[in-house]
Design a protein around this ligand. Structure first.
Ligand code: ATP
Ligand code: MG
Length: 415
């Protein structure tokens, strides 16, 4: 006997019942992003492993332990993308995308990370990824946050908190790093294994640790905000002013450093109090050095990733529901009516309506299916209708009488 075939742990099916909420959310994103001039692009799910090692930094959770890496048949090391920005930047460099100036782009699709699966954390998950390429900010940084706030509002998502921080420029971080290492070194006994290792390689990442046992220690660590140089301090001040002027509430979170090495200056997260421990629904920031790091010309940029599954958890918690319902469900009885049903279905679709044909069976069972489909109307076809070439319309939602009409009249009626 062979083992039962199942989806891989941490990789979930999106079944038809759940799908309409995905589509509703995806539609809202497209609409709002378009309103701000973002255009869609798509990059491969598989990239050379080196792209992520160079882009994200060797000493990051993702590169050290979360990437799905494999050799293809030629022995080239490939990785399933663990985030989308590096691929976008690679493509922008490869195709000289910014030849005519800065661009706002977005992409969406699956992301892969070998993490411990739990609520809000999966091994295949999905992101919207939004990038403003070639913009110095801070106006575009603020604009992305304002755009996300508009998205939450359009979806009826209440209570999302915006946290911002500045992690400065590399020179600022160097000054901070010395003090941070001294502080953490003094408290080395309180560090977990990962952090002890990172003390020498990438101490800033320690501030990003989710380990509850280390939170107090992290709270007392020297703040990057106290080490910002003039330029990044001015950038941060101006960002906060822009947010205030646009009436967007925010909190400065000094511990917010984000998990990837490519960020500088602005970092931000939107956090929901309604979905438990995995509470960040979108996070991003500025990455002014990434283009150069990946072999491109110096190009300033700012972007964010948004976890679709997590936003859907927020939507579910807020009681937002979605369902794809046809305009009409065609019920038919008898041979002549069956032929007619096919024709009527196509005519209604010509008129732009969504129509589901009953698969036959008793009249009663078809009417039950019509009801369950959520259709607004049942189109009933029997011997009489087939003989007179008229159709009977029965409203399934709300009041209204059953009527027998010519097809054109019926179309007007359904519309
Ligand atoms: P977290 O701190 O929760 O691990 P992150 O900082 O690693 O998040 P990013 O790399 O910034 O996450 O990705 C952007 C967004 O993608 C997150 O804010 C979150 O909404 C979502 N996300 C990240 N990892 C996962 C995952 N394993 N499963 C589902 N969604 C995820
Ligand atoms: Mg993570």
């Amino acid at each position: 006997m062979s083992a039962k075939l199942q989806a891989i742990r941490g990789m979930e099916d999106v079944l038809p019942d759940a799908s309409p909420l995905w589509e509703k959310f995806e539609g809202a994103c497209r609409e709002v992003f378009e309103q701000y001039g973002y255009v869609n692009m798509r990059t491969p799910i598989v990239e050379p492993t080196a792209l992520f090692v160079r882009g994200l930094g060797e000493v990051t959770d993702i590169v050290e332990k979360e990437m799905y890496v494999f050799d293809d048949r030629n022995g080239e090391s490939l990785a399933l993308r663990p985030e989308a920005t590096a691929g976008i930047v690679r493509a922008a460099i490869e195709h000289n995308l910014l030849y005519n100036g800065p661009m706002r782009v977005w992409t969406a699709g699956p992301i892969f990370r070998y993490e411990r699966p739990q609520k809000g954390r999966y091994r295949q998950f999905h992101q919207f990824d939004v990038e403003a390429l070639g913009f110095e900010g801070p106006d575009v940084d603020a604009e992305q946050m304002v755009m996300l706030a508009r998205l939450w509002k359009s979806l009826g998502i209440p209570r999302v908190e915006l946290q911002v921080n500045s992690i400065g420029d590399p020179a600022d971080r160097k000054a901070h790093r010395e003090k941070l290492v001294a502080y953490l070194g003094k408290h080395e006994a309180g560090l977990d294994e990962d952090s002890r290792r990172r003390l020498r390689t990438n101490p800033l990442r320690i501030l990003d640790s989710k380990n509850p046992a280390m939170q107090e220690l992290i709270e007392g660590a020297p703040r990057l905000a106290d080490h910002l140089g003039d330029a990044s301090a001015a950038h941060f001040e101006s960002l906060k002013e822009l947010l205030e002027r646009s009436g967007l509430a925010y909190q400065v979170n000094h511990r917010l450093v984000r998990g990837l090495d490519y960020y500088n200056r602005t970092v931000f997260e939107f956090v929901s109090p309604d979905i438990g421990a995995q509470s960040t629904i979108a996070g991003g920031g500025r990455y002014d050095a990434l283009f150069e790091q990946l072999g491109g010309k110096p190009t300033t940029a700012c972007g964010f990733g948004m976890g679709i599954e997590r936003v859907l958890l927020v939507l579910a918690a807020a009681g937002v529901k979605a369902r794809n319902e046809p305009d009409a469900f065609v019920v038919h009885a008898g041979e002549a009516a069956e032929l007619m049903a096919w024709k009527v279905g196509e005519r209604l679709r010509d008129a732009g309506l969504a129509v589901v044909l009953g698969a036959g069976g008793s009249f009663k069972s078809q009417m039950k299916k019509a009801d369950a489909s959520g259709a607004r109307y049942a189109v009933i076809l029997g011997e009489d209708e087939a003989a007179s070439d008229r159709i009977t319309l029965k409203p399934l939602r709300g009041a209204g009488e059953q009527r027998t009409l010519a097809l054109n009249e019926a179309i007007e009626h359904i519309r």
